[in-house]
Write a new protein. Structure first.
Length: 276
């Protein structure tokens, strides 16, 4: 679990050329999201662990821990899953709530990092918890809207997902309330949704690629080395998943920042002031 502490600190995201910060581009979004993630990886990992542990505790308490937390490649009995759907639903709801709080915390961390300000773990936690009620409401509305879009057809679902992608950053920074944050996200992303979708597709590909690698390599090692190797593989795969998972919350925050800069001329210093 000390893996992130061994990673050398990286400098904060480099300032863009004059005028470049006013342009929303896929390249800017990708490069600065990865830079923020890498430079704060240790703290973001600990934050992810804070989210992961309560979810694990709930799963174990409900008797489904062995279904959620198992060695990579381990087979799951379908009958066991069907008999525990209620417990699965509870764990899923807890996980979604915690992940939304994590996303709020990482929004704060991303904006601070873009402004060249230090990111402290305690501040991350406080920022996430402070905006938790509104962020949870925003998450529910975005989820229902996305489900409705996918029920209609796949393409409308993807459009809705992209349109609401900066709702949580809006709720954290602008404090517009639940429905106001979702409406604001629709407004900010208008005209840039294809670029946002392309960038998010890259992040999704990275996450899936890393996950596929982990789930292919460690089962093979477990087959050769036995139970101990399987347990080590489970720990390593969990560490990797928690570390890479933060990217999915940082990217919307950077997208929000860049959309405000391009469309409204708002600078990073102005956004940081709301956390003062």
């Amino acid at each position: 679990m000390n893996l992130p502490a061994t990673i050398p600190a990286a400098p904060p995201p480099a300032p863009l050329a004059v005028g470049a910060e006013r342009r929303f581009t896929v390249g800017n979004l990708l490069s600065r999201s990865f830079s923020i993630w890498w430079s704060n990886l240790g703290k973001f990992f600990v934050l992810a662990l804070v989210v992961y542990v309560p979810m694990m505790v709930v799963a174990v308490a409900l008797g489904v821990g062995n279904l959620f937390f198992r060695t990579p490649g381990a087979q799951v009995d379908p009958a066991a899953i069907s008999g525990a759907m209620g417990a699965f639903a509870v764990v899923w709801l807890v996980a979604m709530a915690l992940l939304l709080v994590q996303m709020a915390a990482l929004t704060y961390g991303a904006i601070q990092s873009l402004a060249g300000q230090p990111v402290q773990l305690g501040d991350l936690l406080r920022a996430g918890l402070r905006r938790a009620p509104v962020v949870l409401g925003v998450g529910v509305i975005c989820y229902l809207a996305s489900v409705l879009g996918f029920v209609l057809l796949i393409v409308p679902g993807l459009i809705v997902l992209t349109a609401v992608s900066v709702s949580v950053p809006v709720a954290v920074v602008e404090r517009n309330g639940i429905f106001g944050s979702v409406r604001r996200s629709f407004q900010l992303t208008k005209g840039r949704r294809l670029a946002i979708f392309a960038a998010f597709l890259v992040f999704f590909a990275v996450f899936m690629g890393v996950s596929a690698f982990v789930n292919l390599v460690f089962p093979a090692l477990a087959a050769l080395g036995g139970q101990i190797t399987g347990i080590v593989g489970m720990v390593i795969s969990t560490v990797v998943s928690l570390a890479i998972g933060s990217l999915g919350a940082i990217a919307p925050a950077v997208a929000y920042h860049d959309l405000r800069a391009e469309k409204e001329g708002v600078d990073t210093a102005s956004l940081v002031k709301v956390f003062g």
